[in-house]
Structure formats: structure tokens, C-alpha cells
Design a protein around this ligand. Sequence first.
Ligand code: SF4
Length: 424
Amino acid sequence: MNKAESQRIASYLNSAGYHEVKSPREADLVVLNTCVVRQSAEGKVLGMLGQLKGLKREHADMHILVTGCFVDSHVEDLKKRFPHVDFFFKPGAYSDFLSWAKEQGVPVDEQRLLRSPFTAFRASARNDAGKDSSPCAYIPIIQGCNNFCSFCIVPYRRGREVSRPLDEVVCEAEELVRQGVKEITLLGQNVDSYGRDLPGRPDLADLLYRLSEIEGLSRIRFLTNHPKDVSRKLIEAVVSLDKVCKYLELPVQSGDDDILKAMKRGYTVEQYRELVRAVRERLPQASLSTDVIVGFPGETEEQFDKTFSLLKEIRFDVVHVAAYSPRSGTIAWRKYEDSVPQDVKKERLRKVEQLQASVAGEINSGYIGKEVEVLVEGNKKGKWYGRTESNKLVFFQDDADCSGKLVKVSIEKTSPWALQGKHA
Ligand code: SF4
């Protein structure tokens, strides 16, 4: 989501005559788009703001803008803490950004920023001519979240859910396909809520049916789902639409009901299991990924073991694991003490990572000798790379120019993180 927003701002600045430079040292204008979902991310923002302070001393006419989730409702406090920043604007507050740009005499093309197709962005992969050649693009379809999971800062910083009109998303996808895009990923903090705030209440499944009609579009992905909101209708849309990738992100967060309740996730472990059963019954070939938080306040060894066992039982293709870090302003921060010691959190994190490396290693080794279809995104160190429909990263060698193409690859070697093979 942040990348999509950065691209939108960059696109606007391009149209106003700015071009990208390699380092902030060379820039007249720096826009720092921040993420504070974890303490470590916030630490990076503070480090970067410190570096920019030094640069501004050397280049007094440099403008520094800060946006993203670091910018909360205490802008006056931020201004006092960081006087070297020229302007703070909240995520998505493009009209504030435009007002600032107007004041500074930057040429303003409001249509371009506020309503243009540049809300989408293409994954970055440059060909030899320096042209963006990636066949993959991302389209934000819904911003914000109404869920208020107790550990999460997103609803406070990004606000309530706002969906983009279905026709607008379809138009944008058509335009991207005209530009050569073959795969589109629909983005949202909770894509299952898509359309609830729109007239006629279209949903994500309706959007998938419409997008599938676009000629020239080969693949459609979407993320992230909320397990309590995944509907049968959505599962059936994924089953029946060939272009929709059989890959689902279903963040479980914990395998213990009391912890899930304290997290305010809105489902039990059994309901989650039931969802996975339903998906696997209709989509046996689907690959699944999940998110897990270890060391949530009060998480006992026994509760952690339940999470560990659930991961062993379900055998996800990918597990994103994070140690709980309190975010000020959230419900968990207000209600609970961050009681699990850091070394215990680290050990739980290590255990999950170790388990997942072994599970993913086994799942991936099942690909040896098989032929997979890869959408080639680029070339790294002489090897082409891209992803399968099931989101497996594949590397292969071929002398021909494969960029942007769908290529059949026979898999010869695997690791927990990637597959390797040759053009079949
Ligand atoms: S659903 Fe996701 S974005 Fe929304 S509050 Fe929960 S964790 Fe945060």
C-alpha cells in the first residue's frame, strides 16, 4: 500500500517536472513515506529523519515532506520535534499535499493526483533500455480498516474503510493491460470489506468477475483477507475464474482462542480451521500464507505451543512471523502490559521460523520434476525470475529475452524460499 502511494506521489511530481535521483543528497525535494506498523519500522523513520536533518544543514533550500502512518493527529507536536521538516501530511491526504505544492509554486495538476490512473503502480523491473518492463501491477481497491484488532495501529492512522468505485478499478486495470501489464494484485488492509460502503454494495467477488473479462490480463491476485470475512461467494469466484490465482493470504495471528479474543480478531481457532477446510475442499491446489504474532501480552508457553501446533497441522506455504511490539494508542497498548520478555519472544520467533523453513522446504521439494508456468518479472545476475500462479518464486536460465512472458519451467532444485529450473 505504501509503495502504491509513493508511486502516486512520484507520478505527480514527475508530471510537475521533477525526476527521481539516486540519493536524498542530490534531491531538491524529499518525500518520506513512513510505516510505523512495528517499533523497528518507526526506529527507521527516526533514523532517516536524523539523516535528513544533517542534509538540510548542508542544503538549506531542500524541501522535506513526511507522510504515511508516522503522521498522526499530533502534527503540531511533530512540527516542534522535527523543525527541519517543511510539511507533514496524513496518508492519502493528497489535497493537503496539493495545497502545499501550490503555495511553493510547484505546477499543480489536481486531476492527475486525485483522480488519475496513477493510483496503481507497476512492480519495478527495468529492462536494458531503462524502461519499466515488469508485467505486474498493484491496484489499491480499499483504504483503511474498521476492525480495530487490539495490536494494530492501522485504523488510527489510515482511518475507516473507503472503497474505490468498481468501474474506476476496472478502468485502471484496462489501462494497465493496454500498457503491457499481465498480472494485477488488488490491495487493501482488508479486501473482504471491499464495496460495503459503495452504492449497490458490490463485493470482491463481483470485482473479480469483472476483471476476469479483461482481454490480455492473465492473472489476478488480491491481499489481504480477514479470516472472519472470507465468503463462500469469494471462494467460488476463485474456483471458477481461471485468471484468479489459487493463492490466499489468511492471517491467523495466534492458535489460541484466549489470545485471539484479546487480539479482537473476531474468530476462534476452530472457525479458522473450518475456513481452511472449506478452501482446501474447493481448491485443493491452493497455496496458503499466514501472519503470526508471537509474544502477545500474557502469551504463555502453552498458548504459544497451540500456535506452533496449528502451523504444523495446516502446513502453510508461507508464514510471516513477527514478535509483538506495543504501538501507542492501540487497545493492547492501553489494556495490557508487554509482559513477555524479549528473549522469550525471540525464541518463539526462531521456533516458528525453523518450523516454517522445514515445512516450506518439504512443500517446495514436491515441485521437483514438475513443470510450472512462470510470469517473468525480471533478470537478476543472469537468471530470469518470476512467480508461479501459487506465488512460488522461480529462477531459471535462458539466453532468450523472457521478460514479461509466461514461460514453462521444469523444476530441478528447490529450497524453502524458491524453486530453480530450466525453460521447458
Ligand atoms: S484487520 Fe488488519 S489492518 Fe485491520 S485492524 Fe486488524 S490487523 Fe489491522
